[in-house]
Design a protein around this ligand. Structure first.
Ligand code: ATP
Length: 225
């Protein structure tokens, strides 16, 4: 569904990655690994149309994403993408319900046939049942991450982009994140995760070593003896 061809990114004379050529398919999970500074977040930002690649093309269902105007980019982000970033990207001074309500709107516009999950059901799935009226900035970091997960469950975006989603979490919340991302993939979302966490990497279907490889390797091949 997302076709990447000859993608590269440089800052000045510094080449972060080049000639990336692969497909991100619905229902699959791709891990982006590599040392700090190799350009994992930058690649996620390019996939999320928050940054632009230096050369190459990205297309979604044959629609060229590198040629969209500002308004089309906003609509694509709203209707197609879900972010799970380290700062949770929530509206801090609003309630959990308000944060999830924002996620519902674009889902209504999508041509999706997937069954909708209500905010109440999504909160139950992440262990926050009945907490709709809580203000987000009063929640712990782990709870905020779970609200961000609930937002993804409600929105069911075609493409989920996650940047170190377990970096600051305890083991319980880490498993919550991993299980939810796997469930999103199983329901048809494509999931791309920048991670240093071997637990997360091993859950994915394939791994791209950013800055070193140009195509992902199936996880099965990595773990083969
Ligand atoms: N706008 C920019 N201008 C110049 N350099 C930048 C810019 N954005 C990022 N970089 C540099 O690009 C490199 C890659 O950054 P990026 O955050 O993508 O790496 P990363 O692999 O995600 O690292 P980490 O694992 O530490 O999060 C870094 O050296 C960073 O300083």
């Amino acid at each position: 569904m997302i076709d990447i061809a000859g993608l590269s990114k440089s800052f000045g004379t510094r080449v972060l990655w080049q000639d990336l050529t692969f497909t991100i398919e619905a229902g699959r999970m791709l891990a982006l690994t590599g040392p700090s500074g190799s350009g994992k977040s930058t690649l996620l930002n390019c996939l999320g149309l928050l940054d632009t690649p230096t050369t190459g093309t990205m297309s979604h269902n044959d629609r060229d994403l590198t040629r969209l105007g500002a308004r089309q980019i906003r609509i694509y982000r709203r209707d197609t993408l879900g972010y799970l970033f380290q700062n949770y990207a929530l509206i801090d001074n609003a309630t959990i319900a308000d944060n999830l309500g924002i996620a519902i709107r674009p889902a209504r516009n999508r041509d999706s046939t997937r069954p909708a999950t209500s905010p109440a059901e999504a909160l139950e799935q992440v262990g926050l049942a009945g907490r709709e009226k809580d203000i987000v900035h009063r929640l712990s970091g782990g709870e905020q991450q779970r609200v961000a997960l609930a937002r993804l469950i409600v929105k069911q975006p075609a493409l989920v982009l996650a940047d170190e989603p377990t970096g600051a979490l305890d083991i319980g919340n880490t498993h919550m994140v991993i299980n939810t991302l796997r469930a999103l993939a199983d329901s048809g979302c494509a999931v791309v995760i920048a991670t240093h966490d071997p637990l997360v990497r091993d859950l994915c279907d394939s791994v791209l070593e950013v800055g070193t490889s140009t195509t992902p390797t199936p996880v099965k091949e990595l773990s083969a003896p």
